[in-house]
Design a protein around this ligand. Sequence first.
Ligand code: DX5
Ligand code: ZN
Length: 221
Amino acid sequence: MPVAVSPSILLGDFGRLDHELAWLNASTADYIHCDVMDGVFVPNISFGMPVLEAIQRRAQKPLDVHLMIVQPERYLERFHALGAHILTVHHEACTHLHRTLQSIRALGMRPGIALNPNTPVHLLSDILPEADLVCLMSVNPGFGGQAFIPHTVRKVAELAELRARLGCPTLIEVDGGVGPANAAELIRAGADVLVAGSSVFKAADPAAAVRALQSAGIAGA
Ligand code: DX5
Ligand code: ZN
């Protein structure tokens, strides 16, 4: 399966949302990654419902919504109404993660779990079958443009092993500092979805940067 790329709109120009969505729609990007931050779970506030609504109205790609908020279970219906296709909540932000994932699925969305860099993969052994995606954070969440944390490659391999052992088809997503320097090794370790903010939006040709990440797996095989 070729790797999927989910450009993080957080690094886009919100003054030119039409332009950003136009090129994303015309590109080979597989998803649009939307980072929602509440200033409590992470030390930053990004955007919320009205901006997501504006993105949804223009987007022709599935929205991969990454919630960096406390008590995300309070807003599941709202994010469903705003067009989330994948809805990812943080392991560290959910007291009743199992229930939250089931509620996300019952609403018709694909449930995802995100893990901070210091949260070990083995904590997922009882919950993995409930998730369609696990997002391994390769930076401390809160900001775009940070440096990739190298131990993530080992965590991807561990998660690939766990999912093989449990026989579940959960997608492995990597988020933070992903770009041409690490894409091939992440794909070799088992990553299925690469989130890319700076490496795509700061590129001279963002659509070409998306294609380059998608072919990193082929070139690195
Ligand atoms: C970090 C966010 C990431 C980030 C990706 O908290 O979850 O999605 O925007 O941006 P880069 O690729 O620049 O690290
Ligand atoms: Zn993210």
